[in-house]
Design a protein. Sequence first.
Length: 119
Amino acid sequence: VQLQASGGGLVQAGGSLRLSCAASGRTFSTYGMGWFRQAPGKEREFVAAISWSGDTTNYADSVKGRFTVSRDNAKNTVYLQMNSLKPEDTAVYYCAVGAGVRVGTYNYWGQGTQVTVSS
């Protein structure tokens, strides 16, 4: 599985961005996906996850109510809609194949896309 994340950029606090993660392979619709982020000097942390069907989602408390994860299995793509962005959301965002909230339960990772939120 190969993952290609895109959509990052520079945005002012309060703004929005939508990240996309395009996956290769015919079995995209059979596995869960997650988004993680890593700020400079910090460990990679869980942001959101979505089940293979899209019926189940999970969010970190820090983004709940502001971020929405979704997927389009026909396009082999998972999205992360980020609203009401804060400077503390600044990080490199990664998509990954797996489930749960731990880095160790994900086994394929995209290259990351930088999100910078200015105050």
